[in-house]
Design a binder for this molecule. Structure first.
Ligand code: GLN
Length: 534
């Protein structure tokens, strides 16, 4: 019988519910169990694909092309399990399917209501994931905070789940905040008590309360929460802000959450093995070297917009026993001349240009690529980062664009990209983006191929534009190596410069496949090359 763990959040948002759910997954996996995690997002968008990174952080992409919430990235990085379209559910998705059935006449004249039709549809998706994944444990994270209007149908659905699958197969974990009052120097439990009361008022009694705080949590506070919230003392888990999110599974393990869940859900497993994880965390926290990398992007005010890129850099740095010093550089400020490219990039050991959409900031990214090429600074381009590297090369090495591009400049959504890159309709995917995992053959002896150490790979995509094949031969003659191509050779997947220590760009997003104990080869080699710079 599949066990279900439901994670809710209280008091405030942004407490790290995603990291907590992912960490619980890790603890169970460390005991030999198979887990999968599902995120229920209360917003009305059908998926986050159309949402601005400013509002919601990065859009994470799965193998099957599903565009998801960034928490799915945590799930995959902590558990190593590849998640699927079943793992991210939104209010928009639920309502669309119920309304489509209503139009189809499936409800035979009945009144369609939130309870039971919407809640049934939510439960159907939760159970379906359990059946299809054959996981021992399905962890379900409910987005938002208890008390929000939007999340009510989801909370009602998980309340009913206990009735459906039984007490012994279900567990509710509630994550709260203990705020710190400076004047008296104490942490307060009242918001937690209120939040649990709110949860109980809708019929959910938490089995576990995880308390986040920015300061150490004294035992008497945990006793108090246990008493007032009616939760066993051993199931009140303190979670003080950690230096790295990768410490969270270790903290939860030290406070006995893994063993508690095994007992509570009557699960049979092995003794917990977190040895490798612990070593990775040690390398991450106490490195002996350091490296300075510039990330040139346009959403830099919100670091969550580049979450997977940052994490991938951290994985690679941990591998190299290195501390990451990340300079955030605003590509729009570069292109408007508010900051000087040489001043901004002087002394950095590597330049990374991540993905992005829309024309804003593109010229600034091209300036960064030019700086990296001319100064032989290691460069890693991710999707748009490859595209700007190719445009820069075509303009300044081939002298190709300037003459022809003027007509494209005024209105084209992508001024010069329109010429260098072709937009393709990916109709078999039902949309205009190339989404999800595609195979890529690597050219033997190329930098990319040496990094991967294999002949072909599968990588995740999310883009509209492709390198224009009309220019491939000319660019190759001028020193561009198309080191990764689709099996039919029609699509460029990786480009790199022949006469440069390490300037590599990929049409795909390698950052979605880096794992803390298995850094992505392109990030790993990029950091290795950066470390060679003085
Ligand atoms: N906007 C570019 C495209 O659509 C790049 C997208 C990206 O970086 N993911 O091709």
């Amino acid at each position: 019988m599949t066990r279900f763990i439901f994670c809710t959040g209280g008091v405030v948002s942004s407490l790290g519910k995603g990291v907590t759910a992912a960490s619980i997954g890790r603890l169970l996996e460390a005991r030999g169990l198979q887990v999968i995690i599902q995120k229920l997002d209360p917003y009305l968008n059908v998926d986050p694909g159309t949402m601005s990174p400013y509002q919601h952080g990065e859009v994470y992409v799965l193998d099957d092309g599903t565009e998801t919430d960034l928490d799915l990235g945590h799930y995959e990085r902590f558990t190593g399990v590849n998640h699927t379209v079943r793992c991210n559910l939104t209010t928009g998705k639920i309502y669309s399917s119920v309304l489509a059935r209503e139009r189809h006449g499936d409800f035979l004249g009945g009144t369609v209501q939130v309870i039971p039709h919407i809640t049934d549809e939510i439960k159907r998706h939760i159970k379906l994931l359990g059946r299809e994944s054959e996981a021992d444990v399905v962890i379900v994270e409910i987005g938002g905070t208890v008390g929000d209007i939007e999340s009510q149908p989801f909370l009602e659905a998980i309340r009913q789940m206990r009735k459906d699958v039984g007490y012994e197969n279900s567990c509710y974990i509630h994550l709260t905040l203990l705020p710190y009052i400076k004047s008296t120097g104490e942490l307060k439990t009242k918001p937690t008590q209120h939040s649990v009361r709110e949860l109980r008022s809708i019929g959910i009694q938490p089995d576990v309360v995880v308390c986040r705080a920015d300061y150490p949590i004294a035992d008497d506070l945990l006793d108090k929460i246990s008493l007032f919230c009616d939760v066993p003392r051993e199931a009140v888990i303190p979670l003080e802000t950690a230096r790295s999110i990768y410490q969270v599974p270790l903290v939860l393990e030290d406070y006995g959450l893994g063993d508690y869940l095994m007992r509570r859900l009557n699960l049979q497993g092995t003794a917990p093995d977190l040895g490798e994880w612990r070593q990775m965390v040690d390398r991450l926290l106490c490195p002996t070297k350091q490296v300075r990398i510039a990330l040139v992007g346009k959403y830099i005010e919100l670091h969550d917009a580049y979450l997977s890129v940052q994490e991938s850099l951290l994985h690679a740095c941990a591998f190299h026993d290195t501390r990451l010093m990340l300079d955030w550089i605003d590509s729009e400020a570069l292109e408007r001349g508010r900051i000087d490219v040489t001043e901004a990039l002087e002394g950095v050991q590597g330049v990374i240009v991540p993905g992005g959409f829309g024309p804003r900031g593109i010229e600034g990214k091209i300036m960064a690529a030019q700086y990296a090429r001319e100064n032989k600074v290691p460069y890693l381009g991710l999707c748009l980062g490859l595209q700007v590297m190719v445009i820069e090369f075509a303009r300044h090495v081939l002298g190709l664009i300037e003459a022809d591009s003027s007509e494209f400049l005024p209105d084209g959504p992508y001024p010069v990209i329109d010429l260098m890159l072709e937009q393709r309709e990916i109709t078999d995917m039902g949309g205009t983006m190339r989404l999800g995992s595609y195979p890529c053959n690597l050219v033997p002896g190329s930098k990319a191929q040496r990094a991967y150490g294999t002949g072909s790979v599968n990588e995740r995509h999310r883009h509209r534009y492709e390198i224009n094949n009309r220019f491939r031969a000319d660019m190759e003659a001028a020193g561009m190596v198309w080191s990764g191509v689709s099996p039919d050779s029609k699509l460029v997947e990786i480009g790199e410069l022949r006469d440069h220590p390490w300037m590599v760009g990929s049409q795909f997003h390698p950052e979605f496949k880096s794992r803390p104990n298995a850094p992505h080869p392109l990030f790993r080699e990029f950091v290795a090359e950066a470390l060679k710079q003085k």
